[in-house]
Design a binder for this molecule. Structure first.
Ligand code: GLU
Length: 421
């Protein structure tokens, strides 16, 4: 199953619950537009390198296309399609007035100079400039892109089409970015963790252990926020491997070690674990916050956490999802768990269009309200649709089924009103 087929598998289940017509299924299971561009750049050493980039626009029934841009060798068309469709469901679930899109450049950005990254970003922006815009399609950061990347996109787009802050979100605060945007995805993971832990009666945060795969933007801020909320973060990792300390990690010390050595690995007073071992640790909560499809039919049986919070996009394959559900593991799906990022992206876009800046407390309070509401709506949907679950032989819908059904229903309604389905 390709990544896009996997997302559509979840969409199809929602389509049954929502009793969608065949016409609606045909429209919503496809993408609106897919652009593939060649990025030929002269790199620092003098070589002319050729890369390929994509921008996939999945659906804009509820508002302008919205979604990040990632730089990664695996970011091919199929992967970007999957990520674009996830954005449509994510924005609908947290009820921000956007559709779904995603961009990708197939490049290994991890060992590339800043100068080359800037050239690639500017060339890519030129190539996709005609289909993006502040009321058409608004990019944002994703894997291996950040506020600096957004600044180059903002500048390059502005040179040709006129300067406007609303063209990208996830900008530096000095260039119209929102306070709290950088932390938002990780912070959101912990807001939904609070809800899920309360639901399952896991006890006080101090008694709850958390392992986090990934220490990039999502993982590191999830770790920091989890500690702020009183949880015990016992393991984190990056591409080189992970570290484990059952008594709890000091995240400031992990950050310092990372800054010094380039990796979290080897930090004093911690045990080394591989990325695979980290997933299988005996913890209460697991937050996969790195790559997709890390929990599959091979290891789903060995996951010991009671709650999985999907910080990454599609970290759990459909087969693994069924195994985890069958074992009673609560999975908070990506379209809810990591929706904090796009939620604050929306706040940024609103602030830009109003020429205003909200203070950090306002941003965080509104983020929290949005995510708690979305979580509660999923729980309520579960309670109201027990019959659908019984028809499939279960006791109640999973949070993912509820989240997708809610999102698909909202998008279908907007598409119907526009006359698309
Ligand atoms: N790339 C992030 C995501 O997958 C954020 C997208 C955005 O802010 O538009 O949700």
């Amino acid at each position: 199953m390709t990544p896009f087929e996997a997302v559509n598998h979840f969409f199809q289940r929602a389509a049954v619950i929502d009793r969608l017509s065949d016409e609606a299924i045909a429209v919503l299971s496809g993408t609106f537009r897919e652009l593939r561009v060649q990025i030929a750049v002269r790199c620092e050493g003098g070589a002319r390198n050729v890369y390929y980039g994509y921008r996939v626009q999945h659906n804009a029934a509820r508002g302008p296309y919205k979604g990040g841009i990632r730089f990664h060798p695996d970011a091919d068309l199929e992967e970007v399609r999957a990520l674009a469709s996830l954005m449509t469901w994510k924005t609908a679930l947290v009820d921000v007035p956007f559709g779904g899109a995603k961009g990708g450049v197939q490049v290994d950005a991890t060992n590339m100079s800043e100068v080359d990254l800037e050239r690639i970003t500017r060339r890519y922006t030129e190539q996709i400039g005609h289909i993006i815009g502040p009321t058409r399609d608004i990019p944002a950061p994703d894997m291996n892109t950040n506020a600096q990347t957004m600044s180059w996109i903002l500048d390059q787009y502005g040179r040709r089409y006129g300067h406007t802050l609303g063209i990208v979100t996830g900008k530096p605060v000095a260039l119209g970015g929102s306070l709290g945007r950088e932390q938002a995805t990780g912070r959101g993971c912990v807001i939904v963790l609070d809800e899920a832990a309360r639901d399952l009666d896991l006890g006080e945060p101090g008694e709850i252990s958390v392992a986090i795969q990934g220490f990039g933007n999502v993982g590191s801020w999830a770790a920091e926020t989890a500690i702020e909320h009183g949880y015990r973060v016992v393991a984190v990792s990056d591409i080189r491997g992970g570290i484990y300390q059952p008594d709890g990690l000091d995240i400031a010390a992990v950050r310092a070690h990372l800054a010094e050595s380039g990796s979290v690995v080897g930090m004093l007073g911690t045990e080394p674990v591989t990325n695979e071992e980290l997933l299988e640790l005996d913890v209460d909560v697991l937050i996969p916050a790195a790559l997709g499809e890390v929990i599959d039919h091979d290891n789903a049986d060995r996951i010991r956490a009671r709650i999985v919070i999907e910080g990454a996009n599609h970290p759990v394959t459909p087969v693994a999802d069924e195994i985890l559900n069958g074992r009673g593991v609560t999975v908070v799906p990506d379209i809810l768990a990591n929706a904090g990022g796009v939620t604050v992206s929306y706040f940024e876009w609103v602030q830009n269009s109003q020429d205003m800046r909200w203070d950090l407390e306002t941003v965080n309070a509104r983020l929290e309200a949005k995510l708690r509401t979305a979580y509660q709506q999923c729980r309520q949907f579960q309670d109201e649709h027990v019959d659908d679950a019984k028809a499939w032989g279960g006791e109640r819908l999973s949070l993912r089924e509820a989240a997708f059904a809610l999102a698909v229903d909202r998008v279908t309604e907007a598409a119907r009103l526009r006359g698309y389905v």
